[in-house]
Ligand binder design. Structure first.
Ligand code: F6P
Length: 539
């Protein structure tokens, strides 16, 4: 059996190295090294990463990279790109990198080059998208389709919704997208409230085509369409995206209007597969293709750049440094871009479903903490809400600031205010404000303790030129590979999600109790909740 991670020599070296950080300040580090910003920055695929405001020095990086090598990051990365079954508990490859391989590339899993199949589906998506945009595909009454509603949840929803919002300036004229995920009927009612069935197309997106929420909402949508337009309208108003042909057939949908993908695509790694059909319809084939090129560019960078300059590796190692050696429990994602409002939610699934694991790949309890809690909101909104705690609270919260040099709104002066705030926040967190500075400014002594900013609060700044489709693809792939880097070091399976199953099974049992006289044994709390609900739910 291999040495547990927490007793391995490099882990111990890092623990010891961490002790040398007591009393070290970022102020001092910047004073000592005028080249620090240059020395601790890297750039790839249009994204500039400034990681100089982290509690690291060259020795920290050397040790973290030694750790990555000791955990065979490079070999495991090669295994992922070679289509090996690295998702061991599900016996599958995690081959999402093949989804963005250009035509003509060869990417094999289980001996089969999947790139031709990938492009066959992309071509099918493109032809369908063009037929909707040019009006060749019309609704049952002959009206052009103007509204696309994606029904799906988790990985079959968060990426498409995030991308639709992120690519707002690139939207195809006249196209509107909506998303129905939650099983709460209020979602469906709200999203369809002002829609005309005659010009609405539903995409039922589900890898498994068995997910309770999606199947329930799809039935609801079918009822909504057929009540207005008749049974025959289904073929013109519904398409499916899934890996499960049989379930699509069983649902009564035409598999000719089905867009497939494969079991080697994890749900949270699927926004660039056919799950992205709504994105393609929303922004057009060319922009979707540019987004795939951005993903691919970052894949190449991750695969080939030396670890020391490799953006996903650096970001993964920094996250792990705070998670495991500074007891940071959370990481904030702070996009200074209104259009990236849903990016933190997207990253929550990507990171927490991937790395929220308590056993390693061999089934043994992990010996160190794994995935951090990911959260965040766009700046500057968050500044007037939770930043107080980040600046002066008792917890260390590493932050990822994400911003863009060029505005995509015509209000360029406001963009300056936005970016000034991003840059200022990272500066304030790192360097704070000392008591002496406050006194020199004449702040009353009694207020000094309250107005001190301790500083030394670490952050990365990711700067792109513009939030365009290519950059968005590169940004998502950057985080995908950062998650991979962390998972490999922790020795966990980042591609399964067994932790979501128990709640689903118990909910099904409770549904049966709510809909019949069947009763199952429950603990006293659950039984009392059920009883109260049954008594008060109304007719
Ligand atoms: O319940 C979790 C999960 O399985 C996610 O991993 C997945 O993205 C989501 O549900 C939706 O699954 P599906 O695409 O099969 O409907």
């Amino acid at each position: 059996m291999s040495t547990p991670l927490n007793t391995s020599s490099v882990w111990r070296d890092l623990q010891q190295h961490r002790q040398s950080w007591e009393g070290v300040t970022l102020r001092q580090l910047f004073q000592d090294d005028p080249q620090r910003a240059r020395n601790f920055s890297a750039e790839a695929c249009g994204l500039y990463l400034d990681y100089s405001k982290h509690l690291i020095n060259p020795e920290t990086l050397r040790l973290l990279i030694t750790l990555a090598r000791a955990r065979h990051l490079e070999e495991r990365r090669a295994a992922m790109f070679a289509g090996e079954r690295i998702n061991r508990t599900e016996g599958r490859a995690a081959f999402h990198v093949a989804l963005r391989a250009p035509k003509g590339h060869v990417m094999r899993t289980a001996g089969v080059d999947v790139v031709p199949e990938v492009h066959k589906v992309l071509d099918h998506m493109a032809a369908f998208t063009r037929s909707i945009h040019d009006g060749t595909w019309r609704g049952a009454t002959g009206q052009p389709i103007r509204k696309i509603i994606n029904i799906g949840i988790g990985g079959s929803y968060l990426g498409p919704e995030m991308a639709w919002k992120a690519l707002r300036p690139y939207r195809h004229p006249g196209m509107e997208l909506g998303f129905v995920a939650n099983v709460d009927g209020a979602t469906f009612t709200d999203v369809t409230a002002h829609l005309d069935p005659a010009e609405t197309l539903f995409i039922v997106s589900s890898k498994t085509f068995t997910t309770l929420e999606t199947m329930t909402n799809a039935q609801q949508a079918r009822y909504w369409v057929t009540s207005a337009l008749g049974e025959a309208a289904v073929a013109r108003h519904f398409v499916a995206v899934s890996t499960n042909v049989e379930a699509v057939k069983a649902f009564g949908m035409d598999t000719g209007h089905m867009f497939g993908f494969w079991d080697w695509v994890g749900g949270r790694y699927s926004m660039d597969s056919a799950i992205g059909l709504s994105t393609m319809l929303g922004v057009g084939v060319e922009h979707f293709t540019a987004m795939l090129a951005g993903f691919h560019a970052m894949d190449n960078h991750f695969q080939t750049a030396p670890l020391e300059q490799n953006l996903p590796v650096l970001m993964g190692l920094l996250a792990l440094w705070y998670n495991n050696f500074w007891d940071a429990q959370t990481q904030a994602i702070l996009p200074y871009a209104h259009d990236l409002a849903r990016f933190p939610a997207y990253l929550q699934q990507l990171q927490m479903e991937s790395n929220g694991k308590g056993v390693d790949e061999d089934g043994h309890p992990v010996t160190v903490d794994t995935g951090a809690i990911i959260w965040g909101e766009p700046g500057t909104d968050g500044q007037h809400s939770f930043y107080q705690l980040i600046h002066q609270g008792t917890r260390l919260i590493p932050c990822d600031f994400i911003g863009f040099c060029q505005p995509l709104s015509p209000l360029a002066e406001q963009h300056e205010l936005l970016m000034a705030n991003l840059i200022a926040q990272a500066e304030a967190l790192a360097f704070g404000k000392a008591a002496e500075e406050l006194r020199a400014e004449g702040v009353a002594e009694a207020l000094v303790p309250f107005r001190v900013f301790p500083g030394n609060r670490p952050s990365s700044v990711l700067l792109g030129d513009r939030l365009d489709p290519h950059t968005l693809g590169a940004l998502v792939a950057l985080y995908e590979h950062s998650v991979f880097t962390q998972g490999i070091i922790w020795g966990i399976d980042s591609f399964d999600q067994w932790g979501v199953e128990l709640g689903k099974v118990l909910a099904q049992r409770i549904v049966a109790e709510l809909r019949s006289t069947a009763r199952h044994p429950h603990d006293a709390s659950t039984a009392a909740l059920l009883q109260r609900y049954l008594q008060r739910r109304g007719s």
